[in-house]
Design a protein. Structure first.
Length: 146
């Protein structure tokens, strides 16, 4: 659990450096550890959507590069996206860093409404249709920043 928390906090640090700087992380929706299912995001809070993709064995480098390109071209063209970055793990040689995923995606939205629009946008659905056959696992981390 400690390693997963450290990895997540590492992503949060990257997100803050790459995107909206100066903001502090929001207080947890509840003090209960684990899932916050059913919790609503307060309006006006920036919304950060982080997605990690593990690709199926045998996925070619060209398919991986096409996935990254589709992240940038398809998802980056959705109107509510304020910032988007996609790429491969940095390979940071630290015990607390998880480099086991193949592609990472970070998307910033003005608020949770922007994220909701993104989830049902035609380009997002096209992205899923074009690429889901190479995914072994997908892990999402969503955070809010006041």
């Amino acid at each position: 659990m400690l390693i997963r928390i450290s990895v997540f906090l590492g992503w949060v640090g990257i997100i803050l450096v790459l995107g909206w700087s100066g903001g502090l992380l929001a207080e947890p929706v509840s003090s209960k550890a684990g899932s916050h299912e059913g919790a609503r995001v307060e309006s006006g809070q920036r919304f950060i959507h982080t997605v990690l993709f593990w690709l199926k064995d045998g996925t070619t480098d060209s398919k991986k590069k096409a996935l990254i390109k589709d992240c940038k071209d398809l998802l980056g063209s959705i109107a509510t996206v304020k910032y988007l970055a996609a790429g491969e793990p940095a390979g940071t040689p630290r015990e607390v860093v998880d480099n086991s995923f193949d592609v990472g995606l970070v998307v910033h939205f003005e608020d949770s409404t922007g994220h909701d629009v993104y989830q049902t946008a035609e380009k997002h659905l096209e992205f899923i249709e074009r690429n889901n056959d190479i995914w072994e696992r997908v892990q999402v981390y969503d955070i809010t920043i006041p």
